[in-house]
Design a protein around this ligand. Structure first.
Ligand code: IMP
Length: 428
């Protein structure tokens, strides 16, 4: 029995798509457990680029099971569009894509309220992806959400849609002064989605536990990242789910007893999209240079990502929260050519050095990173396949990170393609 959880160590976009894709070869089942189509996982195979938002990255491998589990929030129109796109690219997933009956549905009003709530916040806006994620999870917590299983009971679906839209319309009219929604139209649209999705709907909590008990290897594909976790991240500048390891079990119903390893994906530097504190952010030409070389633009929204040095204070926090066993370090090649590279080993705040990641946004915004500096390397490393063949300075950098955190490397990625990878340790 084995279950490997692959999580993002920071604010998402760490390169999880490629890492999951690599380990999927060894897995039998790939599962998305949190978030929604706010995620954008890029996989490059034989030079062709695929961007997945809701469908697990394991879909690229024939004969693997792929599960969209209960912790995911699903916009059915976005999911159907993604499935159509995969079909046109020749990927057949009939009989191996499963969608949880317990997952919550993103409704048209969630998207509208996501945008309104952002606009209202002005300079304090979170910078959400505008996909309706937060309002959908809010309805789930408020126990008024609509679940996938509701799609298949006309009476329940109609009642829930009409009830919710009545309230939504009152707010739309009286608070926002915008056009109201037509509940019948929403009902008709969602009935159509139900017909298209019906062959894929399943009680996935039973399915995943059965597969685990049969000895199948399970890979949990994290979306977003640890510091975007609604409980543990830089609240309120977070997403509304739990991308951390714990979320993999509430988000699927798999018994935590199956967990074997946690692999955290981190870039050789750090990025963040949207607002919120980012202690090691580089606001100078160097930040711009890393953005250009690393092509740091959001896979979902195309927004430029904020770039900065690797933050080991945040990484230690992430290790503690997630129980990280292995690191998959990506985009080391992006740092090639820099004179110096740095990692943050502490935060200076009010004359004191903090070694823990503070919950207070004000502290995070006003602390100064304490750096450890390394000489850079000039060589092109994209063809390196063996760790020892890396330039000395690159190895010094990597060794420091590994020892500081007390973890092992599962792999080091030196380019976008699946083949541009230094494999170091098996995770299954
Ligand atoms: P939401 O998830 O759309 O509500 O956005 C909340 C915050 O999480 C914003 O700062 C987004 O930029 C960020 N976010 C959401 N999904 C991703 C992702 O897949 N990668 C990176 N950041 C994300």
């Amino acid at each position: 029995m084995s279950c490997v959880v692959v999580i993002g160590a920071q604010w998402g976009d760490e390169g999880k798509g490629k890492v999951v894709d690599i380990y999927t070869k060894q897995a039998d089942v790939v599962v998305r457990y949190s978030g929604g189509h706010n995620a954008g996982h890029t996989v490059v195979i034989n030079g062709e680029k695929y961007v997945l938002h809701l469908v697990p990255s394991g879909i690229m491998h024939k004969e693997k099971y792929n599960i969209i589990a209960n912790g995911v929030v699903i916009d059915p129109s976005a999911l159907i569009e993604e499935m159509e796109d995969l079909k046109t690219k020749g990927i057949n997933f009939t009989g191996r894509l499963f969608i949880s009956k317990r997952a919550h549905l993103i409704m048209p009003y969630h998207k509208i309220f996501d945008k309104f709530s952002e606009n209202k916040k002005g300079s304090k806006k979170i910078g959400t992806t505008g996909r309706g994620i937060g309002p959908c999870y809010a309805d789930k917590a408020a126990r008024v959400g609509i679940r996938v299983c509701d799609l298949y009971d006309d009476e329940v679906l109609k009642e829930k849609i009409f009830q919710n839209v009545e309230e939504v319309n009152a707010i739309a009219k009286n608070v926002h002064n915008i056009e109201t929604l037509d509940p019948q139209q929403i009902y008709d649209d969602y009935r159509k989605y139900a017909d298209i999705l019906s062959p894929f709907i399943s009680e996935t909590s039973y399915l995943i536990n059965r597969l685990a008990n049969e000895g199948k290897k399970i890979m949990m594909e994290g979306a977003q990242g640890t510091l975007l976790d609604v409980d543990h991240g830089t609240f309120p500048y977070v997403t509304s789910s739990n991308p951390t390891t714990g979320g993999a079990f509430t988000g699927t119903g798999l018994s935590p007893k199956f967990l074997t390893n946690v692999v955290a994906v981190t870039k050789a530097y750090t990025t963040r999209v949207g607002s919120g504190p980012f202690p090691t952010e580089l606001l100078d030409d160097l930040g711009e240079k890393i953005r250009k070389i690393g092509n740091e633009y959001g896979a979902t929204t195309g927004r430029p990502r904020r770039c900065g040095w690797l933050d080991l204070v945040a990484m230690k926090y992430s290790k503690m929260l997630n129980g990280i066993d292995y690191i998959a370090l990506t985009k080391l090649d992006v740092l090639s050519g820099l004179d110096k590279v740095k990692v943050c080993v502490g935060y200076e705040y009010n004359g004191k050095i903090l070694e823990t990641f503070p919950p207070e946004i004000k502290i995070l915004e006003n602390c100064h990173p304490v750096y450890r500096e390394f000489d850079g390397w000039k060589e092109d490393i994209s063809k390196v396949k063996v760790y020892d063949d890396l330039p000395q300075n690159a190895k010094k950098y990597l060794d420091f990170i590994k020892e500081y955190l007390g973890v092992k490397y599962a792999l080091v990625s030196v380019g976008t393609d699946r083949t541009e990878t230094i494999n170091l340790n098996e995770v299954f």
